[in-house]
Design a protein around this ligand. Structure first.
Ligand code: HEC
Length: 149
């Protein structure tokens, strides 16, 4: 009986130590004024919509259009529309760096898309998807590290 109890205790200890990460939220809280919080979350929802549109266009074989859309909604050309300059001072340096990395990744995706439109090869298509993964890597890098509420 004692052995069974001891075994049960070990199982319980192992289960608890493997509890999901959200049990203790390790993300850093970045405090933004309420207006900026709303603005940022609005930008975020638009990023996800844009990604969905990009995937849909890729599925239709409209690679060049997918590139243009990514450039204008997420890439370097989107910064003004997102009010990036006003928000940057409120963010820790690392968050800003990841944010800039996202916009650069989207612009690189646009270039990969342009190339694929011209080259029409399997290799150039593969690069389009690799560039797309760099975009989502940036989303994940920031979401893993920071929260604003
Ligand atoms: C520089 C940091 C950063 C980057 C890059 C980033 N996000 Fe976010 N995102 C956040 C933060 C911070 C939140 C709020 C999380 C919280 O406080 O719960 C958020 C929230 C969101 C939300 C929830 C919005 C809501 O209304 O609740 C969505 C959707 C989202 N992000 C999508 C994306 C997508 C898609 C990308 C990449 C294309 C992306 N984000 C890139 C920081 C970032």
């Amino acid at each position: 009986m004692q052995r069974i109890l001891a075994a049960a205790a070990v199982v319980l200890a192992v289960t608890l130590s493997a509890a999901p990460a959200q049990a203790q939220d390790a993300r850093q809280l970045v405090k933004l004024p309420p207006m900026m919080q709303h603005h940022m979350l609005g930008n975020m929802r638009d990023h996800l919509l844009a990604l969905g549109d990009v995937l849909a266009l890729l599925g239709q074989g409209k690679v060049d259009e997918a590139g243009h859309l990514a450039e204008h909604r997420i890439g370097m050309s989107s910064l003004e529309g997102h009010g990036a300059e006003q928000m940057a001072p409120f963010m820790p340096e690392e968050m800003r760096t990841i944010g800039t990395g996202l916009h650069e990744a989207a612009s690189r995706f646009a270039i990969a898309a342009q190339n694929a439109e011209v080259e029409h090869t399997y290799e150039s298509q593969r690069k389009v998807f690799a560039a797309l993964a760099e975009i989502t890597d940036s989303c994940n890098a920031c979401h893993t590290r920071f929260r604003i509420r």
